[in-house]
Design a protein around this ligand. Sequence first.
Ligand SMILES: [Zn+2]
Length: 216
Amino acid sequence: MRAGQWLLDLLYPRKCPFCGRVLERGETGWCARCPEELPWTEPGDGKTVEGCDACLSPLWYRDGVRKGVRRYKFGGGKSHAALFGQLMAQCLQDRGTGRADLITWAPLHPQRKRERGYDQAELLARRVGELSGLPVAGTLEKARATAVQSQAGEDGARRDNVRGAYRALPGAELAGKRVVLVDDVATSGATLAECAAALQGAGAAAVTGLTFARAR
Ligand SMILES: [Zn+2]
């Protein structure tokens, strides 16, 4: 964490990541109003992603959720991982398709992680692991820098953009494992599909996608 951000967090009340309101006493992570107003998905709204037996997300990627994700990724809002990961862990518990052995994530390219100071998917994965009691391990690497997915255009272009970009880390213990694959947002599902292919190529028995939000 940058020292400046740490100081700001200390000196100023935190804001709700979704609506931007300053949190009042007794409000933790988000304001009291947003839980009622956010676009929650229904259990049947899971996205179909190639290579994943399911793709679960608690929220639709629109309105305040979109703003919240931007604040988290681009506004230095690292602390929002605690709440976002909690909502994901709850979604996994409620809608998960069965036993899981391991939680992993779709990693940033090392250069982008250095620029941002953290890997937003990794923080979410670690929070989900903390709450679910499942082990968390980095098993993938992004071997090639790609254009930002949100700027890559239509679904076909997004898939081309990430094709072959991810590979399993040497020594990652994936054989026979049922893996929960975490990312922040599923838009086309291309990133999750590429990661799932790399995990299965290294022996994973099954992959369940878990993202904070998903596009329609
Ligand atoms: Zn709010």
